[in-house]
Design a protein around this ligand. Structure first.
Ligand code: MF3
Ligand code: CO
Length: 255
C-alpha cells in the first residue's frame, strides 16, 4: 500500500514525464488524417518520446505472461475499445474515430494518457460520443481529493455517461500508475458514491473511461490484445494521469 503514495519528488518527476507524454500525444493527434497508417502514428510517437529523453512503457508490457505488447501506441479504431496494435496495413479513413493511448517511462517513473479523435469529418453521433466520453473524464476528475472514495469517481462517470445515452465498459478499469504501467488501486468507471477505497494525497491514478455507444460488454480478439465492443458499436476512450492532493487533484499529463 505504501508505494502507491508518491513523494513530492516522485510527483515532480511524473509531472515532467506527463508533460512530455502530452506533448507527444499532441504531435500524434496533429498527424491524424485520412490515409495515414496507424503504424506511421506509432513511429512518430516513438521518435517523439525518445527525442525528449523518455521511452515507451507499453512496448514489451505483458512479457512475463508471454504476451509482450509490440508497440509504443495503442490505436483503436471504430468499435475497437482499447489496446489495438498499430499496423502498416491500416490506413485511417475519413469518418472513423481513433483512440490513441500512450505511456512513457521518464526518470524511472511512468505516466499514461489517451484521447479519441475524429478522422476527417465524422457523423454527429460519433462526435457526441467523443464529447460525452471526454466530459465523463472531467466529471470523474472533479470527485478526486484526499478523503473522497473511489466509488465517487466511478459513480460520477457512470451517471454522466448513462444520462447521455451511452454505456460504460465494466470489464476494464483505470489504475494506479507510476512505478509500473498498471499498479494498485483499480479505478473503476462505475460504482456507488461513498463506497470503496479512501483516496489519499500522493496517490497517482490513471483515470480512463471507456464508453460504448451500445451495450457495455467487450471481448478480446485472437491477437490477445485488441478489445472490441461485443455488439460492434463505436467506442471512445480518454485518459489522464492525476495526482491526488489535499484540496483536489493535479493532472500530470498536461502540455
Ligand atoms: N493505457 C493502457 C491501459 O491502461 C495501457 C496499455 S497496456 C499495453 O490499459 F499493454 F498496451 F501496454
Ligand atoms: Co491506463
Amino acid at each position: 500500500m505504501k508505494e502507491i503514495i508518491k513523494t513530492k519528488q516522485e510527483i515532480k518527476v511524473m509531472r515532467a514525464g506527463g508533460r512530455i507524454l502530452a506533448q507527444v500525444l499532441q504531435e500524434v493527434v496533429a498527424a491524424v488524417r485520412p490515409g495515414v497508417t496507424t503504424h506511421q502514428l506509432n513511429e512518430l510517437a516513438e521518435q517523439a518520446l525518445r527525442s525528449r529523453g523518455a521511452k515507451p512503457s507499453f512496448f514489451g508490457y505483458g512479457a512475463e505472461a508471454g504476451n509482450p505488447y509490440p508497440a509504443t501506441l495503442c490505436t483503436s479504431v471504430g468499435s475497437e475499445v482499447v489496446h489495438a496494435i498499430p499496423s502498416p496495413k491500416l490506413k485511417l479513413k475519413s469518418g472513423q474515430i481513433v483512440g490513441l493511448d500512450i505511456g512513457c517511462w521518464y526518470q524511472g517513473l511512468c505516466t499514461d494518457m489517451a484521447v479519441t479523435v475524429p478522422v476527417g469529418q465524422v457523423a454527429e453521433a460519433a462526435q457526441k460520443l467523443l464529447q460525452v466520453t471526454a466530459e465523463s473524464l472531467r466529471q470523474g476528475l472533479k470527485q478526486v481529493r484526499a478523503g473522497a472514495r473511489m466509488g465517487d469517481i466511478g459513480a460520477a462517470i457512470q451517471s454522466y455517461v448513462e444520462v447521455s445515452g451511452f454505456s460504460v465498459v465494466r470489464q476494464l478499469v483505470g489504475h494506479g500508475v507510476g512505478h509500473s504501467v498498471h499498479e494498485d488501486p483499480p479505478v473503476p468507471n462505475f460504482g456507488r458514491a461513498g463506497t470503496g477505497l479512501e483516496l489519499k494525497a500522493g496517490m497517482t491514478l490513471a483515470i480512463e473511461p471507456m464508453v460504448n455507444m451500445g451495450l457495455p460488454e467487450v471481448k478480446v480478439l485472437a491477437d490477445s490484445w485488441t478489445v472490441v465492443t461485443a455488439d460492434g458499436s463505436l467506442s471512445a476512450h480518454f485518459e489522464h494521469t492525476v495526482a491526488v492532493t489535499k484540496e483536489g487533484y493535479e493532472i500530470l499529463t498536461l502540455i
